[in-house]
Design a protein around this ligand. Structure first.
Ligand code: CP
Ligand code: NVA
Length: 313
């Protein structure tokens, strides 16, 4: 068979806008229940006999551990592939890899470079494909971040999220989420590192405001968040970025102008003294460890949703 012929439409999670606000309400409720079961050591194996293929073309700690542990906890198993130890690194066409891998597994998670690669894989896959980070998007991370916000502060609707730093995959995904879930992003990026609205896949500029001064972006914010100055794949720009991003360090002055109960988040790994001061990331407003743990809970809810639909167990 040369073309994918799924018996029923396959739902992929390639960018945040692939799901509706209603789907997210379901996922956040499921993530809370799945987290409760995990904390209570309650066995929950809805994905028994299902296999997740994880393909990494870039390094990872959280994404690998959260997907792998999460899939085992749901009763399934995982296959881990990297570019270096598979034919993926030897130029086998993406469509061929997708056809083969998706005949032997039930779900595929991919971390790669261009969004076009994961989209092509999904086009030829018989099973759901999940974006575990591309140059353009990191939807599983924002899923975890918003779940973490809800756990600590309730609904994010109508709130202000300050983004301080690179107009990268994380920034793009925050902007998609704001458009879909009804909050505002205050965006401050160094000159030359702005978000590209077309790349971010936004319908309009209604859900964000741009600030030259990162301190002003944080004023009145309910959540302040940032990311590394140099994302994976951009290492050759490291020295230039260090100069350009020098003022884009989330420090106590920035947290002081935010709401008194503002949270601080970072997808991690973090570089203390670069994009965030140690005082902030290790301080009382930081929820980065909850945020990292929640990757696993929300992704378990996501895998359940993509394979079984709206479960209410
Ligand atoms: N935040 C995140 O995706 O971390 P890893 O790169 O360790 O997977
Ligand atoms: N923006 C970072 C996120 C790492 C989890 C990167 O793409 O490297």
């Amino acid at each position: 068979m040369n073309t994918p012929a799924p018996l029923q439409p396959v739902r992929h999670y390639l960018q945040f806008s692939d799901l509706s606000a209603d789907d997210y309400a379901h996922l956040f409720a499921r993530a809370a229940e799945i987290k409760r079961k995990f904390k209570a050591y309650e066995k929950y194996h809805p994905l028994a006999d299902r296999t997740l293929a994880m393909i990494f073309e870039k390094a990872s700690t959280r994404t690998r551990v959260s997907f792998e542990a999460g899939m085992y906890q749901l009763g399934g198993s995982v296959v881990h592939l990297t570019t270096g130890d598979s034919q993926l690194g030897r130029a086998e066409p993406i469509e061929d890899s997708a056809r083969v891998i998706s005949r032997m597994t039930d779900l595929v998670m991919i971390r790669t470079y261009g969004q076009d690669k994961i989209e092509k894989f999904a086009q030829y896959s018989r099973v759901p494909v999940i974006n575990g980070l591309t140059n353009e998007f990191h939807p599983c991370q924002i899923l975890a971040d918003i779940f973490t916000y809800i756990e600590h502060r309730g609904s994010i609707q109508g709130k202000v999220v300050a983004w301080v730093g690179d107009g990268n995959n994380m920034a793009n995904t925050w902007l998609q989420a704001a458009e879909l879930l009804g909050f505002t992003v205050h965006l401050s990026t160094p000159s030359g590192y702005e978000v590209d609205q077309a790349v971010a896949g936004l319908r309009s500029n209604a859900s964000y405001q741009v600030f030259k001064d990162p301190l002003e972006a944080c004023r009145g914010a309910d959540l302040v968040t940032t990311d590394v100055w140099t994302s994976m794949g951009y290492e050759a720009e490291n020295e230039a970025r260090k100069k350009a991003f020098a003022n884009w360090c989330v420090d106590t002055a920035m947290m002081h102008v935010a709401q008194p109960d503002a949270l601080f988040m970072h997808c991690l790994p973090a570089h203390r003294g670069e994009e965030v001061s140690a005082e902030v990331i290790d301080g009382p407003q930081s929820v980065v460890w909850d945020e990292a743990e929640n990757r696993m809970h929300v992704q378990k809810a996501l895998m359940e949703f993509l394979l079984l639909g709206r479960v209410n167990a």
